[in-house]
Design a binder for this molecule. Structure first.
Ligand code: AMP
Length: 406
């Protein structure tokens, strides 16, 4: 990273089907200049919330924003009001989060027509995400056609997984014809957190093995060996693996046949059940860990069982990835639940002293924004809490790529 590059800002865009999240960063010191969110795009009650971090000013607008094009233009206007307009020569690039890069995209990539076509070809395996990501890129291109647009893929960090971890045990011809394999997601977070954990231990990423537990509303675990991902819990889609806010995670696939044949449910109904109405929400009616803990404190048995099922699955993955790695230097907790819910960390690690894993109750109870170790001093394996920063990771990768190409 050079402090002398004239264009040193990166705009990060995370485009969902009806929302756009954004951050503008100054890559000379990785500081945030502005951040915001446009929600409910296409409705009468769209909302734009914008914060200029330099001045501390926050502005909010409610009213119809018809589409992504209108949303991005509204964001551009807000940035201009703060003297941070998208026409500024200081803007180096726009970095886009793209959920599915398949096997093709192993690294961040400058967008051209071929890249757009490949992201489009991946829509059948990422129908919920890639169309919105594409719309975001095309809209940004129209706004600044001269500027490099960089796609940063959620799957890229996991493309180092060996075939033994990436393949399902089904006929390879059928699998390949339909692009069925384990891709993994949350890759920018797993990459960032595994690196930051190494830094916390005072080591280079190539010297450590880390189990990363990204526990947000979506949740995934990964086994990172010397900086490279060797296994992760999400699969062809983000449905596999851990118990999540509203997703079931692992499930006997025959449950789906049973629900269709015996339960009379349609494929779309089963899809909705497993993605939107399962996990913690399906088990107890709440997907927010704060609410679940509050209910447990009041003696609610349904919430307690949901918590136990969540922890049991998490523990199984810690054990599995311990075995995959053979030797582990750290287990790192991140994202909304992982960073904030001390009882989840404590319960997931309890009983694992035989593996060299323990948390210090006092250190674990401390609330803080910084990366920290919560295992007892001298523990064989560090247990760490490492706040994730996907926007910074996207901006860093984008800026590095654009710098290389200049
Ligand atoms: P994320 O997807 O990373 O934004 O995480 C969102 C989830 O984090 C929420 O649904 C909550 O379950 C959880 N969460 C956020 N803050 C807390 C907190 N203070 N304590 C426990 N869980 C939290």
């Amino acid at each position: 990273m050079s402090a002398t590059r004239a264009a040193h800002r990166v705009l990060v865009l995370n485009s969902g089907s009806s929302s756009v999240k954004y951050q503008l960063l100054d890559m000379r010191d990785a500081s945030r200049l502005a951040a915001g969110l446009v929600e409910r795009i296409g409705e009468q009650t769209s909302r734009l919330k914008h914060s200029c971090l330099a001045t501390g000013e926050t502005r909010e607008h409610t009213g119809p924003i018809a589409d992504h094009d209108a949303a991005l233009k509204a964001v551009a206007e807000e940035l201009t009001r703060d003297g941070l307009g998208l026409d500024s020569p200081e803007l180096a690039a726009i970095g886009h989060r793209v959920v599915h890069g398949g096997m093709f995209f192993t690294e961040p990539t400058v967008v051209d027509d071929e890249v757009l076509a490949e992201i489009e070809r991946l829509i059948p395996v990422a129908p919920l995400h890639n169309p919105a990501n594409l719309t975001g890129i095309r809209t940004a291109q129209a706004l600044r056609p001269d500027l490099p647009q960089v796609a940063v893929f959620d799957t890229a960090f996991h493309t180092t997984m060996p075939e033994s971890a990436a393949r399902y045990a089904i006929d390879p011809k059928t699998a390949d014809r339909h692009r069925i394999r384990r891709y993994g997601f949350h890759g920018t977070s797993h990459a960032y957190v595994s690196r930051e954990t190494a830094r916390l231990l005072g080591k280079d990423p190539s010297e450590v093995n880390v189990i990363v537990l990204h526990l947000g509303n979506g949740a995934s675990a990964s086994a990172v060996e010397k900086g490279r991902c060797v296994d992760t819990s999400m699969g062809m889609t983000p449905l596999e693996g851990l118990v999540m806010g509203t997703r079931s995670g692992d499930l006997d696939p025959a449950v789906i046949f049973h629900l269709a044949r015996v339960g009379g449910m349609s494929m779309d109904e089963i899809d909705t059940l497993l993605n939107k109405r399962s996990g913690l929400f399906g088990l107890c009616g709440d997907n927010d860990m704060r609410e679940i803990r509050r209910r447990i404190d009041e003696g609610d048995e349904e919430a307690a069982l949901a918590f136990d099922i969540y922890i049991h699955r998490l523990k199984k993955y810690i054990g599995a990835y311990y075995a995959v790695l053979g030797q582990v230097d750290a287990v790192a907790f991140t994202a909304g639940v992982g960073e904030n819910a001390a009882p989840v960390r404590e319960a997931a690690i309890s009983g694992l002293a035989g593996l060299g894993l323990a948390v210090d109750p006092e250190l674990n109870a401390v609330r803080a924004d910084r990366a920290r170790i919560v295992s007892p001093k001298g523990a064989r394996v560090a247990v760490a809490v490492v706040p994730t920063d996907e926007e910074l990771e996207i901006a860093t990768q984008t800026y590095a790529l654009v710098g290389k190409n200049n």
